[in-house]
Design a protein around this ligand. Sequence first.
Ligand code: NAD
Ligand code: TYD
Length: 355
Amino acid sequence: MALPSTVLVTGGCGFIGSAFLRRLVPEHPEIAWVNLDALTYAGHQGNLATIASAPNYRFVHADLRDAKATSEAILVHRPDWVFHFAAESHVDRSILGPGDFIQTNIVGTYNLLEACRAVWGDPEDRLFHHVGTDEVFGSLGETGLFSETTPYDPHSPYSASKAASDHLVRAYFHTYGLPVKVTNCSNNYGPYQFPEKLIPLMILSAMEGKPLPVYGQGTNVRDWLFVDDHVEAIWSVATRGRLGQTYNVGGDCERQNLDVVKTICAEVALATGKSFLEIQKQIAFVPDRPGHDHRYAIDASKIRTELGWRPKETFESGLRKTVAWYLANPEWVDSVRSGRYRDWIEANYGERAGR
Ligand code: NAD
Ligand code: TYD
């Protein structure tokens, strides 16, 4: 596919969208990059400090739940390609309050699809790349892998809302010929991840002497991928993948949660000179998440064989980089933890596990 003149990214102030922009804005100065973000608790312009003043970068403060604002942004900027990262992304929040997940992930995706459909009369050289999750496939037992043809079976309000958005995106391909591609990726980790997700929460709590809240027995399994490897996968699919296709993305890196937490304890001990045994004592088993999916694991053979994509980081190298980044960036941590996030944690968790 020919490279676009203008690209609009939604959710570029979040964890994965910002990693995408930090890499691609300097790598492609010939492309005009527009970042549309509502700046929810999870969106921080500070994540883009390294590119904020680049001449080929523009920020648009808009909310996808607002159909008019969404279509205005698409009309004004006329992107050739759209990368749709924006979402409410945390399962625990979706359990406590599904409403925002329905509005942003389903209605917001619909608004964006409609806005693109309205301006893309000729879909030649256009692309709507939808960033999906493997959680739409539900939960695996001890064996088996999610492939692109695994039936959808989402269990949480988050995964159900993401499943709906995937279906809508594919429906626009089949019904209206909108040029779409979908990637469904496993759990990401890395710098700039909001410290409500397992890995950054555990790194910071381990450093700060707080409890490390492990749900249930810690035997649930996730398939971890370093965020920059996800960015590379999305760009590979966008530039070389087939229209109308879905590609699963995963690191072939299954770990039980308790093993992840213990590895984090060891890395934090190594990085800070504190005692591993003392940090490990902070592990606190807490009541399980309702409807907690047991195991996710991705069969990434399609993207590997068709596009030659492979992760560059191992879990060990990626985790070491991530721990080092959180240690080196206390100002970022302070700024994202203040304000609305603090209020929300106190309202919903109280003193539970000392977050
Ligand atoms: P995130 O929560 O860190 O960031 C989400 C971003 O979207 C924020 O900048 C937020 O301000 C913005 N946003 C939220 N609602 C919006 C709205 N209504 N209008 C405009 N902007 C809005 O999320 P993330 O972890 O970077 O995930 C990005 C995408 O990748 C999501 O679609 C998510 O489902 C998907 N995904 C995430 C993972 C993971 O492990 N984090 C794995 C697979 C797929
Ligand atoms: P999370 O990072 O929320 O990602 P997801 O639920 O989308 O997979 O959680 C990863 C795993 O870690 C999941 O099995 C739930 C578990 N977990 C804990 O045990 N304790 C925690 O404090 C959190 C946030 C998650």
